[in-house]
Design a protein around this ligand. Structure first.
Ligand code: GLA
Length: 425
């Protein structure tokens, strides 16, 4: 027992690339030109803050969606998903959703968003494969969107600002697929960096890659196996509640503008919170305190104080459970089992909540215990299929050329491309 499989480490990239290239060749009768890969994410802290215009601190994880692609001159897009073993095709001139292949809507959506923003696109053949667990709250959809944005961008010889690329992914999801989300997931899939968390100011979209001092520690994502159909509607309810709370507080606070809960201080809440209906008061308290926890977490990481950071994670979970009310019994159980393990420094739900995953800061020598005492106990107590994934902080969108381009459809170098342009907050 206790091999790499059990501990949830990823399949080597090269094996995935070979399989993807072979699938592309057999589907489309030619080799791919390049592969775009974009990661899933685990949010370390700063939950439900992106749409409140606050700060978030996610990591891109070493689980990704890969798109092997080659351009086509005829404006046609042919897709093949290895995971769904299904094809879907469309013309760039007429992009609609495909109810037979809903996974393709994310690809259709980014093509739609790019064109709507005025970018001229070439068609594509693309084979897609991912190892980001689907529906687990690790942003497999943002990974798919961003990988395909990278593919369309490269194939069409475009060079977009990295933040604009992330915003186009969000736009595709909001307005084409029809799912409300903030900008955190797409920003992370584009701009994550190995060994770093990504601090994003979700108002200005300034960002900074913050080094993670995790020597001897591992980020463990524990999947509760709970998939909530209610997720979308509850998420929208929370967004609405936050908007209402901000409006009510804005009317009460006269010395400065309050455009979002980001602008509310602890003192404001102490003074005016009592006037809010109890549920809105709790939502606001989560946002205001979580914003402070994010900034304090960054300070703790900069000091190398991983214990203090772990305590922030614990506090964030309590707040999401009691004030924001987006946890569920399964997530609470995973967190409780983790918290009593001596090798676990912090644990909290990650992502929107109502199911999905927790993120845990675990000593490297305690992974086996985590599997036995947390995951296996969880499975036997709930009858659910719990899983753990040991994750590394990985790079965002990357492009890897399969062969030198012939006929030059590419406007820029594809190999090992990383966005530069780090900006301080
Ligand atoms: C989902 C959304 C994100 C963010 C989180 C909560 O993952 O896609 O934009 O709002 O929930 O932090």
């Amino acid at each position: 027992m206790g091999g790499a499989e059990d501990l949830g480490v990823p399949v080597p990239q090269d094996a995935r690339l070979r399989r993807l290239a072979a699938a592309f060749q057999s589907r489309f009768g030619r080799p791919p030109a390049a592969v775009a890969a974009a990661p899933g994410r685990a949010n370390l802290i700063g939950e439900h803050l992106d749409y409140n215009e606050g700060h978030v601190l996610p990591v891109a994880i070493d689980r990704s969606v890969m798109a092997a692609f080659a351009p086509r001159p005829d404006g046609r897009v042919r897709l093949y998903s290895l995971d769904f073993e299904q094809e879907s095709a469309f013309d760039l001139q007429e992009i609609e959703r495909d109810p037979e292949a809903p996974w393709s809507d994310y690809v259709r959506g980014v093509a739609w968003a790019l064109r709507e923003a005025g970018h001229g696109l070439l068609g594509l053949d693309a084979a897609l494969q991912g190892d980001v667990p689907i529906g687990a709250g690790l942003s497999s959809s943002a990974a798919l969107e961003v990988a395909c944005l990278g593919a369309f961008e490269a194939a069409s010889g475009l060079r977009l600002d990295r933040r604009d690329l992330a915003l186009l992914g969000q736009r595709a999801e909001n307005h084409f697929v029809g799912v409300s989300c903030g900008v955190m997931d797409q920003m992370t899939a584009v701009l994550g960096r190995a060994g770093h968390a990504l601090l994003i100011d979700c108002r200005s979209l300034e960002y900074e890659n913050v080094p993670l001092p995790l020597q001897g520690l591992r980020l463990v994502v524990a999947d509760s196996g709970v998939r909530r159909a209610l997720l979308g509607s509850q998420y929208n309810v929370r967004r609405q509640e936050c908007r209402q709370a901000a409006e009510l507080l804005s009317a009460a606070i006269s010395d400065r503008p309050v455009a979002a809960l980001r602008d509310v201080s602890l003192e404001d809440l102490a003074r005016h919170g009592g006037d809010l209906p109890p549920n809105l008061r709790k939502r606001a308290r989560h946002v205001v305190e979580e914003e402070r926890r994010v900034l304090a977490s960054v300070e703790a990481l900069r000091r190398g104080d991983v214990e203090a950071f772990g305590e922030m994670l614990d506090a964030s979970h309590r707040s999401l459970r009691d004030d924001f009310e987006v946890s569920c019994p399964e997530l609470d159980l995973l967190v409780e089992l983790a918290r009593v393990q001596p090798g676990v420094l912090g644990a909290r739900l990650t992502g929107a909540g109502f199911g999905g995953c927790t993120v845990n800061l675990v000593r490297a020598n305690a992974l086996e215990d985590f599997r036995e005492q947390v995951v296996e106990r969880y499975c036997s107590q709930t009858g659910r299929e719990g899983r753990m994934h040991v994750c590394r902080a990985a790079d965002g969108l990357s492009l890897r050329r399969f062969q030198p381009p012939e006929g030059q459809p590419y406007g820029h170098e594809l190999t090992a491309e990383k966005p530069g342009g780090e900006e301080s907050l």
